[in-house]
Design a protein around this ligand. Structure first.
Ligand SMILES: [Zn+2]
Length: 497
C-alpha cells in the first residue's frame, strides 16, 4: 500500500504541512506560531517542526479555519472561486434556500464545486409552488424570476398553509440545512404562518434563516414589525432564529433591532445575527418593497437603484416600472446608506461590530451581459454582481481588524467559529468545522494580514480579494501560492444528517 492510501503519516512525514504560520484557532485558544499537518482531508497534527511530503510555506501569514459563509446565493463555480479569494471554504445558501434541495445538491455535485456547499429548505419556493403553481428546480435564479408575482406573497388559506409546511417537512427529511424564510418578500403572509414555520424548525431541531418583514418604521401598515416577529418566534417556539443581514433590513434603526435581539437572548432565546460591510444592498428589481410608491418608506428615490444586467442607474419612476415589468428577477443594487457619510458609516459599523454578529456576505449570483461563461477565470468583464460577493470577508477584516476594533482571533471567531456552530445545529452535528483541532475537516485559509483586502467595487464587482496565499478545502488546495487551481473541485456537500 502506498503512502497516500495508508491514511497515516509515513516515516514521520504527513501528506501536507502548512509551515511557519501564525495559527489562529479561537476554538482551541491557540494564537501562536505552529505548523498544521493534514492527512486524508482532516487535520492530523498541530505543532512545530512537522514534516510533510508537500509543504505550503506560511511565513508572515495567519493560518485559520476557513471562513464559513452562511449566506451566499453565488452557488456556481465562478461564484465559489470569487469567495475562495475572500477566504471562504464553505458557502451555504440558507436564507433563500432551495426546493427541491435534492436537485440543488445533485446539480452542484455533478458540476463540481471548489468550496463546500449546502442548502436550506426554501419557504419562499414552497409558497411559489403552492400559491403560484411554479415548481422549483433547485435554482435561485428560477426562484428570483417569480419574485414579483403577487400570487405567492398573499395570505395562505389553512389548506395551503398545510401544503407549504408539508413541503418543508419533506425537504428537511431530504437533507435541507434548516429553513430559509424570505418573509420580507411576501408581505401578505400571516404572522401565524411564520410562527408555524418556526415551530416546525423547533420540533425538527434546526435553525431558520429569516429575511425579516418590514420594520414598522418603514411600513406602518406592515402586518407585524419584522424584528418583533423574529424575536417573538424565538421566544415562543424555542426555535433557533438566525437574523439575516441585520444591517440591510435595519438600516438606521439598527440600535433598536439589536436591542430587541439582546433582550430575548438574555431571556434565553436563541437568536443569531450576521452582517455585511456595504452601504448598498442587492436583490431582484421586482421585489415588493422596491415599487416606486414604496421607495420613500426607506428614504429612497428611483435613482438610488442600479440595474445590474446593464449597469445602468435607474433614471426615474417610469424607468423603474418598465424594468420591473420586463425583468422582475433582474438583479439591482440598492444604495441604502451613503458609505462616505459619517452617520451612515456608524450605522453599518454598529451592525457588524455588535456582540456575536457573524460575517456573512449575501453573495449574489453572477449576472451575465451576454452568454454566461461561469467557468472562465479570471471572470470576464461580462460577469456582474454586487461587490460583497467578492469582498465581504476581506473588507470586514480590513475595516475591523485594521483599525483595531477586533483582534484577529475575534475576527476568526465571527467568520469561522460562530457560523460553524450554526452549521453544526443545521446539520444535526455532522460538521467538524470552525477549528483546526486534530480530526477536524482540513478547511484552511492562509492569508497575509497586511495584504488581505477587498478589491471589488460597484464598478468592478468581480475583482477578487487580495492576500489569500493558500486555501484548502478538505485538505485539497484551491488556491496555492496566491494562484487559483483551475481544476480544483474538492467541495463536499454539507447536509442534515
Ligand atoms: Zn435577504
Amino acid at each position: 500500500m502506498g503512502a497516500r492510501e495508508s491514511g497515516r503519516q509515513v516515516n514521520g512525514e504527513f501528506a501536507v504541512v502548512i509551515r511557519g504560520g501564525r495559527v489562529v484557532d479561537p476554538a482551541q485558544g491557540i494564537d501562536a506560531p505552529r505548523d498544521v499537518a493534514i492527512e486524508d482531508g482532516v487535520v492530523a497534527a498541530v505543532g512545530t517542526n512537522l514534516r510533510g511530503r508537500a509543504v505550503l510555506p506560511a511565513e508572515g501569514c495567519v493560518v485559520a479555519p476557513g471562513f464559513i459563509d452562511l449566506h451566499s446565493h453565488a452557488q456556481s463555480v465562478g461564484g465559489h472561486r470569487l469567495q475562495a479569494f475572500d477566504g471562504v471554504t464553505t458557502t451555504l445558501e440558507l436564507e433563500a434556500g432551495a426546493i427541491p434541495v435534492a436537485e440543488a445538491y445533485a446539480r452542484a455535485a455533478a458540476e463540481g464545486r471548489p468550496l463546500n456547499f449546502g442548502y436550506s429548505a426554501s419557504w419562499a419556493a414552497a409558497r411559489i409552488q403552492v400559491l403560484a403553481g411554479h415548481r422549483g428546480d433547485g435554482r435561485a435564479t428560477t426562484m428570483l424570476s417569480h419574485f414579483a408575482n403577487p400570487a405567492w406573497q398573499r395570505e395562505a388559506t389553512a389548506a395551503e398553509e398545510d401544503r407549504i409546511v408539508g413541503l418543508l417537512e419533506t425537504e428537511l427529511a431530504g437533507g435541507g440545512l434548516g429553513i430559509g424564510v424570505l418573509v420580507g418578500y411576501a408581505p401578505g403572509t400571516s404572522p401565524a404562518e411564520y410562527l408555524r414555520v418556526a415551530r416546525l424548525a423547533a420540533s425538527s431541531r434546526v435553525p431558520t434563516f429569516t429575511h425579516v418583514r418590514d420594520l414598522v418604521a418603514f411600513a406602518p401598515t406592515t402586518r407585524m414589525d419584522g424584528a418583533e416577529e423574529l424575536v417573538r418566534a424565538a421566544a415562543e417556539t424555542g426555535a433557533h432564529m438566525h437574523y439575516c443581514h441585520v444591517n440591510s433590513t435595519s438600516l438606521r434603526h439598527v440600535d433598536r433591532v439589536l436591542g430587541l435581539v439582546d433582550r430575548v437572548r438574555r431571556e434565553g432565546a436563541t437568536v443569531t445575527t450576521e452582517a455585511y460591510p456595504y452601504g448598498a444592498g442587492s436583490t431582484a428589481i421586482g421585489a415588493a418593497f422596491l415599487s416606486p410608491e414604496r421607495l420613500p418608506e426607506r428614504g429612497l428615490r428611483p435613482t438610488d437603484l442600479v440595474y445590474v444586467p446593464t449597469n445602468e442607474r435607474v433614471r426615474n419612476a417610469e424607468h423603474l416600472v418598465r424594468l420591473r415589468a420586463d425583468d422582475p428577477g433582474g438583479l439591482c443594487i440598492v444604495h441604502f446608506l451613503d458609505e462616505t457619510n459619517a452617520a451612515d458609516a456608524a450605522v453599518m459599523r454598529a451592525a457588524i461590530t455588535h456582540a456575536d454578529t457573524m460575517v456573512a456576505s449575501d453573495a449574489m449570483p453572477l449576472t451575465w451581459r451576454g452568454a454566461p461563461a461561469d467557468e472562465t477565470w479570471p471572470l470576464p468583464p461580462s460577469a456582474l454582481t454586487h461587490p460583497r460577493t467578492a469582498g465581504t470577508f476581506a473588507r470586514s477584516f480590513r475595516r475591523l481588524v485594521g483599525d483595531g476594533a477586533l483582534s484577529v482571533a475575534e475576527f476568526v471567531r465571527r467568520a469561522s467559529v460562530l457560523p460553524a456552530e450554526v452549521l453544526e445545529a443545521a446539520s444535526g452535528g455532522a460538521a467538524r468545522k470552525g477549528t483546526l483541532a486534530v480530526g477536524a475537516d482540513a478547511d484552511v485559509v492562509v492569508f497575509a494580514p497586511d495584504a488581505f483586502r477587498d478589491q471589488a467595487t460597484y464598478e468592478a464587482s468581480t475583482r477578487p480579494s487580495a492576500g489569500v496565499r493558500h486555501l484548502l478545502v478538505g485538505g485539497a488546495p484551491v488556491i496555492r501560492d496566491d494562484a487559483l487551481l483551475l481544476d480544483a473541485r474538492p467541495g463536499r456537500p454539507a447536509r442534515k444528517a
